[in-house]
Design a protein around this ligand. Sequence first.
Ligand SMILES: C[S@@+](CC[C@H](N)C(=O)[O-])C[C@H]1O[C@@H](n2cnc3c(N)ncnc32)[C@H](O)[C@@H]1O
Length: 213
Amino acid sequence: MLGCMTDWASWHLQYEDPGSELSQRLVAVQEQIALALQRAAPGSPRLLSLCAGDGRDVLPVLAGHPRGRDVTGRLVELDPVLSGAARAAAPPSIEVLTADAGSTAACAGAVPADLLLLCGIFGNVGDADVARTVAAVPALLATGGTVIWTRHRRAPDLTVRIRSWLSEAGVEEVAFATAPGSGWSVGAGVLRARSAPMPTPGGRLFTFQAREG
Ligand SMILES: C[S@@+](CC[C@H](N)C(=O)[O-])C[C@H]1O[C@@H](n2cnc3c(N)ncnc32)[C@H](O)[C@@H]1O
């Protein structure tokens, strides 16, 4: 079942409150995006954001960062309202696809990326899908590239396993920021292993679970 069952445009309204948990998570994500751009090798870093929403995490950072104009790449978002908003805000170097990001087809031509955003995905898919997506990081990311991911820490806290899976995939953790309690977490890691072919070419990384609200 694809993610359009949920009203994700309404979900984004939580960002309008700067004190909301989601707004605090956004700050943590944007900090890691800026640091990743600083770390990126000279040239044109390639961006891939899956389930990108309206792009409010990465697009403002690109607009204000000294490396931002160099960045090329793709945002993939299924909801046409949100992808339309992202497209309107994106510079010409950033393509916005209205597509199912859980299909590896949505990544074709945009990988390996130097900056991979997996934000707002791991709390909405099954554990096996999280594991499969993490295992695909070496195919989605170039060596030396950064993956930024998010996940709540409600029991049973899957972040422990996600961090371990990332390490097994050759990703060295460079940051793990958390909200108090069992709220959000934001992880960032750099792929130290060699980039690899897609483990499931023409297949699926994840399928969003239906949610209310
Ligand atoms: C939790 S929100 C995260 C949005 C954004 N990454 C952020 O962190 O603000 C999940 C997003 O995934 C989108 N989505 C759901 N299923 C999808 C799919 N199969 N392919 C692409 N996007 C999807 C939703 O429309 C929504 O914008």
